[in-house]
Design a protein around this ligand. Structure first.
Ligand SMILES: [Zn+2]
Ligand SMILES: [Zn+2]
Length: 332
């Protein structure tokens, strides 16, 4: 998993659009006939200038609770506060005589069905992915998640967005910025799916800054000529890293690269000369001023600065394996 940073600019752009949409869904658009309706002050707002209707099948209590300035907090709160705030809103709604099921039903209608599955997927997923500018899957760093449009601007490819807290269990948070994690389809749909995550037991890509230092890739010899990728937990204070690696199947996913990317690096170290890896890194660019970062990019196609890991697949994996290969003396 990769730390995604603060992403304040992306949050600002995302909030402007999603808040206009949510407010109109609750109150309707402002007009002479609907003076209590919503419209932001911006000229040509891509949402308020459109003929979007309010959602008429929501419970009046639910609308009243959300209308009181809570939408912006639901959209922009960081995960810890967000979970607490979800509890506050649920309690307020249930205190008016409604059940938890009714609360979920209301949230599902607005935030999941019309919001995430409707508006987000037709208007916002490409934009959010472009604003975030994360080039590989947050969870595995194996697959590119670039955003590409066809020459006419039509949609072509875009990352999926995983709900770190599942939208089934937490429908209120289906449009919350820090709950939308850009990822590949394998990690989102096949591996993580609807697994229940929580901040006490798992790492969060917007919370835990030291994710990259909480584990490292390694390898073990399973025969004299065969090696297998291994993953080592480095975080001793709790089980968050171990649990997260388990849920994301990081070891299994990378095991699939044992005979490919891992073997290539091991060959560079042992097959062709005493330590060809060392020659490549330390003697190839002898007379040129090439930085270490550039060398890794040119030779191995990876980034070695933690904040840039996302720009190339296998960055952390190759960096960790190369570090080990360079440091071992003789045949391991
Ligand atoms: Zn607007
Ligand atoms: Zn992935």
């Amino acid at each position: 998993m990769i730390f995604l940073g603060e992403q304040e600019e992306a949050l600002k752009k995302y909030s402007e659009i999603i808040l206009c949409w949510l407010n109109i869904k609750l109150q309707g658009r402002y007009s002479v006939a609907n003076p209590t309706g919503y419209s932001c002050d911006k000229e040509n707002c891509p949402v308020c200038s459109k003929k979007i209707q309010n959602r008429t099948d929501l419970c009046p209590d639910f609308i009243r609770i959300l209308n009181d300035g809570k939408l912006s907090r639901i959209v922009s709160y960081k995960p810890g506060l967000l979970i607490l705030f979800e509890g506050v809103i649920r309690t307020m709604y249930m205190n008016l005589g409604h059940s938890e099921e009714e609360f979920k039903e209301q949230c599902k209608k607005l935030f999941v069905k019309s919001g995430y599955e409707g508006f987000f997927y037709t208007n916002l997923n490409y934009k959010l992915a472009e604003w975030l500018d994360i080039h590989t899957c947050t969870y595995c760093n194996r697959q590119y998640t670039l955003v590409m449009r066809k020459p006419g601007g039509e949609k072509c490819m875009v990352p999926q967005f995983d709900h770190w807290l599942s939208k089934g269990e937490h429908p209120l948070l289906a449009l919350s910025f820090y709950n939308l994690i850009p990822s590949c389809s394998i990690c989102n749909s096949s591996i993580k799916s609807t697994v229940a995550m929580n901040l006490d037991e798992h790492l969060h890509p917007y919370v835990d800054r030291d994710i990259s230092r909480s584990f490292k890739f390694d390898y073990i010899a399973i025969s004299p000529s065969e090696y297998q990728v291994n993953c080592i937990n480095l975080r001793m204070e709790d089980n968050k890293s171990e649990n997260t690696l388990d849920i994301l199947e990081t070891k299994l996913l990378y095991k699939g690269h044992s005979k490919k990317e891992l073997q290539d690096l091991i060959d560079l170290r042992y097959k062709y000369s005493e330590n060809y890896l060392d020659i490549l890194l330390n003697r190839t660019f002898n007379h040129l001023e090439v930085s270490k970062i550039d060398k890794y990019r040119l030779i191995f196609g990876v980034e070695i600065d933690e904040e840039q890991y996302h720009k190339r697949p296998f960055s952390k994996f190759k960096k960790d394996i190369i570090d080990k290969l360079i440091s071992v003396t003789g045949k391991s």
